[in-house]
Design a protein around this ligand. Structure first.
Ligand SMILES: Cc1cc2nc3c(=O)[nH]c(=O)nc-3n(C[C@H](O)[C@H](O)[C@H](O)COP(=O)(O)OP(=O)(O)OC[C@H]3O[C@@H](n4cnc5c(N)ncnc54)[C@H](O)[C@@H]3O)c2cc1C
Length: 431
């Protein structure tokens, strides 16, 4: 065990104290601990202030691969980056990937992550056939499709035990390229244009939009893509071209710089619009991985990523309402992503996705006024039966959490008694 040290999650913004242990093949810590993957969760779901952080990323062996059915068994510390790099030359790719490849299989399961193909594929947990889960009270559990721990462990926020190994399905792909089309949408202050493009693209494997939440017209750029062949050079990702050398200064992070950034991005994308191009899949899925430590771009005070989903029937009215509320409250936001979730049922008790529309936006260095505006947005989400994503959160109140996830007590009942997180203590507190 290493001595106490200071840590920050990916969104930075606050500091916690941990002792660190590395997971081994047999023992677990004997005091409060939390399994940890690559720490790419933005907030306190991956920290355990005052307790042990049990790092699992070194346990990353790929154990077996069934080349006929695409079934991979690996240690849960393996990253999607490594898996993709080893499997792509053989014609396979993870069935669901998030916006960074630097996540472990354990982290992908514990947050039941979603990607740009949610409308057809559902969440990562959908591809999981079985898991080996180690608990301080029950020992090693082989968790197959019928095990009581399955639905609690998928999206279980690391609380039901250390996921040692997982067996899951990969997708067959024709090569390392993505055929991408880009289209502009919006301008009228609603999301009708976006929804129409999304419906027209329902058979495309990957769809996602970028939306300028600071623009009254809610202009945006829609991307759709399909796997395709590509140059052999694309089988491995280019190393990061740039590392964020310093924390951005505070003056660079206000509403005006966000507006300027969004304007530049929109202009750059306007030149690509309606163009079909073939690009390396790494660039399509993981554009931010090209900049090492990009989270420093938001300065020392860090940032909040706010991701909510609202049910489909409420989305047309509620999404513009929440975005104009945030704009009128002067909440600065860069890079907001909009995506429609499909009907594929999520396998986790606490999975975030539901059929509907999700928006994720970065709020740099939020002040008290921004936080009040986000609290009000939470209430608007809850009023229509939506949710806020725990993997990105560091601020929702315990009252709101219990409205978003009324089933939380079932996860509490399945929790390993020695495992806890700062997030869980915060959101399950009485009140
Ligand atoms: C740039 C960027 C883009 C992103 N895009 C998306 C996206 O499109 N969709 C999406 O869903 N998410 C997205 N995320 C969030 C990210 O996918 C999740 O937070 C993911 O869970 C991080 O995995 P990790 O290995 O870093 O886990 P950590 O952040 O270290 O941990 C996450 C949770 O998993 C638990 N955990 C980790 N390993 C284990 C284990 N072996 N056993 C049990 N529990 C474990 C931890 O206790 C914690 O609760 C993005 C994050 C970034 C930084």
């Amino acid at each position: 065990m290493t001595p106490l040290s200071l840590d920050q999650p990916w969104g930075r913004g606050f500091t916690v104290e941990h002792t660190h242990e590395f997971a081994s093949d047999d023992t677990l810590p004997e005091q409060s601990f939390l399994p940890r993957g690559l720490g790419r969760s933005y907030g306190d779901v991956c920290v355990n202030d005052g307790g042990v952080l049990l790092h699992n990323f070194r346990r990353d062996r790929l154990i077996s691969f069934d080349e006929v059915n695409g079934v991979l068994r690996c240690e849960a510390g393996a990253s999607l980056a490594d898996i993709a790099q080893v499997m792509l030359p053989r014609g396979w790719f993870p069935s669901v990937v998030p916006g960074t490849r630097y996540v472990t299989v354990g982290g992908a399961i514990a947050n039941d992550i979603h990607g740009k193909n949610h409308h057809l594929a559902g969440t990562f947990g959908k591809s999981v056939l079985s898991m080996k889960v180690r608990r301080s009270d029950l020992g090693v559990q082989e968790v197959d499709e019928n095990h009581v721990l399955r639905s609690a462990t998928i999206a279980g926020l690391g609380l039901t035990g250390l996921i040692d190994e997982a067996t899951f399905l990969l997708n067959r792909v024709p090569g390392p390229g993505i055929g991408q089309e880009t289209k502009l949408f919006g301008g009228a202050g609603d999301i009708d244009d976006y929804l129409a493009l999304d419906t027209a693209s329902a058979s495309w494997t990957y769809t996602v939009g970028w939306i300028d939440t600071l623009d009254r017209g809610l202009r945006g750029v829609f991307f759709r893509g399909e796997h395709c062949e590509g140059s052999d050079e694309w089988l491995t990702p280019q190393p990061a071209k740039f590392a964020m050398p310093i924390d951005a200064p505070r003056w660079a992070l206000g509403r005006w710089s966000a507006k300027a950034f969004n304007e530049l991005y929109f202009r750059a994308q306007s030149m690509n619009t309606a163009k079909r191009e073939t690009i390396p899949l790494w660039q399509f899925f993981f554009p931010l991985d090209a900049v090492t430590a990009w989270n420093r771009a938001y300065g020392k005070r860090g940032f909040v990523q706010y991701q909510f989903v609202v049910p489909r029937e409420a989305s047309r009215e509620t999404v513009p309402k929440i975005l104009s509320h945030l704009r009128e409250s002067n909440v600065a936001s860069y890079l907001a992503v909009i995506k429609s979730f499909g009907d594929v049922a999520s396998p986790g008790l606490m999975s975030f996705p539901m059929p509907g529309v999700t928006v994720a936006l970065d709020v740099p260095a939020p002040n008290d006024r921004d936080r009040r505006a986000l609290d009000r947005a939470d209430a608007m989400v809850a009023d229509v039966g939506g949710r806020v994503y725990p993997a990105k959160d560091a601020r929702m109140s315990n009252v709101m959490f219990k409205r978003f996830f009324p089933q939380w007590e079932q996860l509490e009942a399945a929790r390993d008694p020695l495992i806890s997180s700062s997030f869980w203590r915060r959101v399950t507190a009485a009140g």
